[in-house]
Design a protein around this ligand. Structure first.
Ligand code: HEM
Length: 391
């Protein structure tokens, strides 16, 4: 069985219906070449960690909303893979693109858009839909502009990032007179905006949950920092350190499980009739794979509703994988940024905890830190501030 992405999604085709397989393959290959492979991603993330740490240091332990710094940091990783370079956090265009991408994801989770998705003919006028479409339009305009700048300086022999690879392939297809190429302008814009949106909010939201949970449960933060001090000390952390940091690894996995940031994955529709666990599902039926039902499954997890890193530790304190850990979904449309996201989560989280102690703002107790998520297509923590105190 495989699912096709349902194109009804707030009227925006996530990836052109005909092209998704080719575009997905292309994105995975280029992400591997420019991101996950050759340690390039690790270098990019470690460079970004330095900028992020500087931002937190500037606040000198005073309360700070973690949303913007973490969104800018994660967005810069996907941006440097896609465009070949990062943005300054003070760049107004970058700030607006990140803000709009986040707003799209937040508003897409609103009740009116959910109802619109079910009955598009009834409530096509919903205000939030106009807001989403306006943001998509404005982000597409910025993306077109950035692509045009890269086009002007394109060198077919030196690919700076995904956009260059795409443009070079597009040119090749045009030179060969391929009329129905998937490498067209529309697919380029969709691919770039989708990677930017999917690669920013998700990882930043998870990191925000991680820091909030550390502030709420200081005894767990103690154990992470003790492990980091013993194994890594003051030197730069690397991806290879993960295997020697089982407790920290378990904390990151447990954060992802409990935070459950994409509770309904992305809706798909069946591409043929299928019988699944005794239930007949007709071809063309929209399916919402409820990841929550697995991440909080009472038959899989000892304490499904509690933050408990032991879910990922065996009796000897070694890290253990769990089959029910599927925050990136599963199957043919599984998150294509999974490896990149895991690397980001590990390096950003550990680098921040190496440098800072995260605490509630003065006058707020740990118990008062609220774990109720804000409404959105992805589940972010509710607005809050934390103090990042230098260690
Ligand atoms: C903690 C971080 C992340 C989580 C929890 C996450 C989770 C998910 C989930 C649940 C899906 C839906 C899969 C499905 O349709 O069944 C998805 C799709 C996707 N994700 Fe992620 N994601 C994360 C980070 C990233 C990053 C960093 C990128 C950037 C490369 C990315 C790119 C994508 C794309 C392009 C899709 C659509 C794939 C397709 O339609 O074939 N994600 N993600």
């Amino acid at each position: 069985m495989y699912f096709n992405l349902h194109v009804m999604y707030i009227g925006i085709v996530f990836a052109n219906g005909e092209s998704w397989k080719e575009m997905r393959r292309f994105a995975i290959t280029t992400l591997r070449d420019f991101g996950m492979g050759k340690r390039i991603a690790e270098d990019k993330i470690l460079e970004e960690c330095i900028h992020l740490i500087q931002i937190f240091e500037k606040h000198e332990g005073k309360p700070v909303d973690t949303t913007r710094p973490l969104n800018y940091a994660t967005s810069n990783i996907i941006s440097s893979i896609v465009y070949g370079s990062r943005f300054e956090y003070t760049d107004p265009r970058f700030q607006n693109m990140v803000r709009r991408a986040n707003e799209i994801i937040r508003v897409t989770g609103s009740a009116s858009i959910q109802v619109y998705n079910m009955f598009p003919q009834l409530v096509g006028w919903v205000k939030n839909r106009q807001l989403v479409l306006r943001n998509v339009e404005m982000n597409s305009r910025d993306v077109k502009d950035l692509i045009n700048n890269l086009r002007e300086t394109l060198n077919a022999h030196i690919c700076r990032g995904l956009v260059d690879c795409f443009l070079t392939r597009k040119q090749k297809d045009e030179d060969s007179c391929i009329m129905d190429s998937h490498y067209n302008e529309k697919n380029l814009i969709f691919t770039v905006t989708n990677l930017f949106g999917a690669g920013t909010d998700t990882t930043a939201a998870t990191l925000r949950w991680g820091l909030l949970l550390m502030a709420k449960y200081p005894h767990i933060q103690d154990q992470v920092q003790e492990e980091l001090t013993t194994v890594v000390g003051n030197r730069q952390i690397h991806v290879d350190d993960r295997k020697n940091l089982p407790y920290t690894d378990a904390v990151i996995h447990e954060t992802q499980r409990l935070a459950n940031i994409v509770p309904m994955a992305i809706p798909h529709k069946t591409s043929r009739d299928v019988t699944f666990q005794g239930h007949f599902i007709k071809k063309g039926t929209t399916v919402f794979p409820l990841l929550t039902s697995v991440l909080y499954d009472e038959s899989e997890w000892e304490t499904p509703h509690t933050f408990n890193p032991s879910h990922f530790l065996d009796k000897d304190g070694k890290f253990c994988r769990r089959d029910a850990f599927i925050p990136f979904s599963a199957g043919r449309r599984v998150c294509l940024g999974e490896s990149l996201a895991k690397m980001e989560l590990f390096l950003f989280f550990t680098s921040l905890l190496q440098h800072f102690r995260f605490t509630p703002p003065p006058g707020v107790t740990e118990d008062e830190l609220d774990l109720t998520p804000a409404v959105g297509f992805t589940l972010n923590p509710s607005p809050h501030e934390l103090c990042a105190v230098s260690r």
